[in-house]
Design a protein around this ligand. Sequence first.
Ligand code: B12
Length: 443
Amino acid sequence: MHAPRVLAVNPYIYDFAAYNFWSSPLGLLSIASILRHNGLPVEFIDCMRVNEAKRKPDGRGPFVKEKVPKPEILKNVQKPFRRYGISPDELSSILSAREEPDLVLITSIMTYWYRGTAEVSEMVRRAFPRAKIVVGGIYPTLCYDEAILNFKEADLVVPSTDIGAFYRFIEEEFHHTLSFKPLFDDLDVLPYPAHDLLGNIPFVPVLTSLGCVFRCTYCATPYMYKKMVRRSPGSVLDEIAHWHDRGVGRFVVYDDSFLYSSENFAKPLLRSIARLPYRIRIYNPNAVNAAFIDGEMADLFVRSGFREVRIGLESIDPLVQSSTGGKVTRATFERAVKILKEAGYGPEQMSVYILAGLPRQDWRDVKRAIDYVRSLDATPYLAEYTPIPHTPMFDEFKDLARFPVSADAVYQNNAVFPYAWEGFTEDDLNWLKRYAKKTGDGR
Ligand code: B12
């Protein structure tokens, strides 16, 4: 039998707000690359098209979008609802212009985006009645039972904790032996994700580790990855050189604890990037831990190409700080900002993430954190809390939310503000967003 022909699809999404903040379907591109490595031909459809005319010099940009009616279960949310990415009609004509593949892979990233994935699976099923459909990603990993029910057209729904089941499925369905079946427990053996399938590569996200040594109570990483695995600095450097040879100049670090044990990883890596005969730009949307920033680190950020540094603060309330993992104190944070300032980073180049909308949080806690960050000459950036299944905070507070967050993942979207209460209303949140951007009125 011939090697199965594969089509990978990054589906469109429905949301109240979405923006390409250096996002990429990295898991799907990695799986596509592994299959190519096994000799399977792979094609790719990326439904999450960015409006290129509006792409920023740093690589971010708005997705093409269209306002659509709200589904019944979200009708009480007073915000416009949109589909982000290409339209179902366009996808339909793309699919019908293709020959039927043997295997279609669809990714499902944020839990509350599953509706787009389900719709796209149905369209794929209509277009290719004989193809096998496999859906994987973060939603099937965090909400497996729900995903099985929502993805009726899928022949296999696979969580990231059981990638072996995916390889077995291919071998059994297509009687095709795969010689290379990596389990993501050694990142250095993985082939580079298949970014080339996207055509235009505005930036390359580089996965430098999986898992995390910290145990923040709001984060699902420790559930998804029981132990932390990290690449060697040499392998990351080789990947940067590989994409740079293909014209890519912007790189985005995907890592939950990039600076952890920096003498063994971040420092040697950034030193070797600084020594490259060409300059690249590096972005870190996941934020780094302020406790690990010292003078040498700040200097390496500058020399390796970090145009800006995003730092996690979360809260200045010691109680909130300790309940969310106790990673950063005021003292360590102030030291880090001072060091970055001395290295030359201005206020606009130091974005500080503050968690807003935590269960029982008072809006004044967020205001104090914004004032504090501004007083240190850095830029506050609100990260709205998302309740995520299999996290300690989710389990503790799931019944306190004003929407049934454990019954339907659509309510896990931070845009619906699940933990609004009289001490932190939607008006408070909207005011804080304006206040953080300095466009707010007095209060
Ligand atoms: C990088 C990252 C981002 C990036 C880009 C994300 C993106 N792709 O769009 C940025 C910075 C933009 C981001 C933003 C946010 N993120 Co984020 N992010 C991550 C992070 C750190 C890594 C994701 C990743 O690429 N992993 C690496 C790849 C290789 O793994 P993977 O995608 O799971 O793929 C594996 C499998 O799932 C599988 N797979 C994937 N697809 C398919 C398909 C098939 C067919 C098969 C067989 C297999 C398969 O293959 C891979 C290997 O096993 C994760 C945490 C984590 N460690 O996973 C959080 C995470 C996904 N983010 C999370 C959150 C909360 C957010 C924000 C809401 C944060 C905020 N408050 O602002 C925003 C919202 C984003 C938005 N609206 O667009 C949550 C999930 C929330 C949810 N309900 O789903 C996570 C899990 C972190 C957490 N706190 O627990 N994020």
